[in-house]
Design a protein around this ligand. Structure first.
Ligand code: PEP
Ligand code: MN
Length: 403
């Protein structure tokens, strides 16, 4: 840390700053230039945190040289980390697809969604048993019954489970049923919850807060890491913006920026970013192009009947397109019905489906499967912002941000 004194500071003010640093347990080194005096501070992270001199008389500016997030920083950990979720890797050499319903609604719906997810190439199943909803009247999730469904579906499909935890009191029961604990955007700065999942012995998926800076996000990760758990995957899921047409604004820059700041894997949730199924594939491609380590998407066997976030759930043809795109990103042709499907002709055929680095999948150009339901809308009947039913032609529809 460097404390830059104001040009007009007095010797007594410099002495006072030095005394503050020493009282906090740090060492202070004074360097007097022609116009400026600088106090260099050396000490542990705890010392630097407790040196609070910004408002002392004569202090101009306090500059931190090292990052305050030590454990998750790339500073002390040069190579990028891979997190293993019951054997499924998320990290630099993989591109992991996590898919499943926004909420667990029933055993049948979750199993159908898990089969969809697996066919699409997903290696992890998502699904919320505890739903943090903006409205207290909206479906809040099935709780423990939902966790049991997830565990049964996981046993049947072989897909490890990622599920959200909203209350520190539920850590044990969620950890008993799930393979990875998700902290949602609304809880990114719920510090007791972060500490509780840090001690739960399960990998953690930490979503970025709605308005969190990269540093705040990494400090939240540091709370988990500080409890001895470095199996953390960061998830960019869009940030609050001024644009009402989309639920959130996907911050693509977060992927390369946070990769540079931290050794942790970074994935993207294009479903909660756009809030519309027609945006999921373009945003997933943007994530691939930016170097994300994976994507997490909502799928639902009957999106129009979903109890939560149906407007952004993939099904059918759009899911097939995502399958092809992520398989191309991985440089592999997908196995199963999608990859085995007949080649199509037309403008899309033979076009590179990946936004990934040149060469990934370039030698085997993926052909698109049959297109999905044409113009799959962003969510059936809905009330527009002016209170009318349906959407005005060309209108993006109600801001999908208040669910
Ligand atoms: C979710 O993934 O189900 C979810 C609620 O996401 P977010 O916390 O990003 O809104
Ligand atoms: Mn959701």
């Amino acid at each position: 840390m460097v404390i830059v004194m104001a040009p007009s500071c007095t010797d007594a003010e410099v002495d006072d700053v030095v005394a503050h640093v020493r009282t906090a347990g740090g060492s202070a080194f004074v360097s007097r230039g022609i116009t400026r005096t600088i106090v260099g501070v050396v000490g542990t992270e705890e010392v630097l945190e407790s040196v609070d001199v910004g408002l002392l008389p004569g202090v101009g500016e306090v500059v931190r040289i090292t990052t305050p997030y030590k454990l998750v920083s790339s500073e002390n950990h040069q190579s990028r980390s891979t997190v293993s979720v019951r054997g499924v890797p998320i990290g630099p050499d993989t591109f992991t697809l996590i898919a499943g319903p926004c909420a667990v609604e029933s055993a049948e719906q979750t199993l159908a969604a898990a089969h969809q997810a697996r066919r699409a190439g997903a290696t992890l199943l998502r699904g919320g048993a505890y739903k943090p909803r903006t409205s207290p009247y909206a479906f809040q999730g099935l709780g423990v019954a939902g966790l049991r469904i997830l565990a049964e579906v996981s046993a049947e499909t072989g897909l490890p489970v990622v599920t959200e935890i909203v209350d520190a009191a539920d850590v044990d029961v969620v950890a008993e049923h799930a393979d990875m604990l998700q902290i949602g955007t609304r809880n990114m700065q719920n510090f007791p919850l972060l500490q509780a999942v840090g001690g739960a012995g399960r990998p953690v998926l930490l979503k970025r807060g709605l308005t969190a800076t990269y540093e705040e996000w990494l400090m939240a990760a540091e709370y988990v890491a500080q409890r001895g758990n470095l199996d953390i995957v960061l998830c960019e899921r869009g940030v609050r913006s001024f644009e009402p047409a989309i639920r959130n604004m996907l911050d693509v820059s977060a992927v390369p920026m946070v990769h540079a700041m931290s050794h942790l894997p970074v994935i993207v949730d294009p479903s909660h970013a756009g809030g519309r199924r027609d945006l999921v594939l373009p945003l997933a491609r943007a994530a691939m192009a930016a170097g994300a380590d994976g994507v997490m998407v909502d799928v639902h066997p009957e999106p129009e009947r979903a109890l939560c976030d149906g407007a952004q759930a993939l099904s059918g043809g759009l899911l097939d397109e995502l399958t092809v795109a992520q398989a191309a990103r991985r440089g592999r042709w997908p196995a199963g019905p999608v990859g085995a499907g007949p080649a199509r002709s037309g403008p899309a055929a033979g076009r590179r489906a990946s936004g990934g680095p040149a060469g990934s999948g370039a030698s085997r150009r993926p052909r698109r499967p049959a297109p999905g339901p044409a113009g799959c809308s962003a969510g059936g009947r809905r009330r527009s912002r002016t209170g009318r039913r349906g959407r005005r032609p060309g209108s993006p529809g109600r801001r999908p941000g208040t669910r």
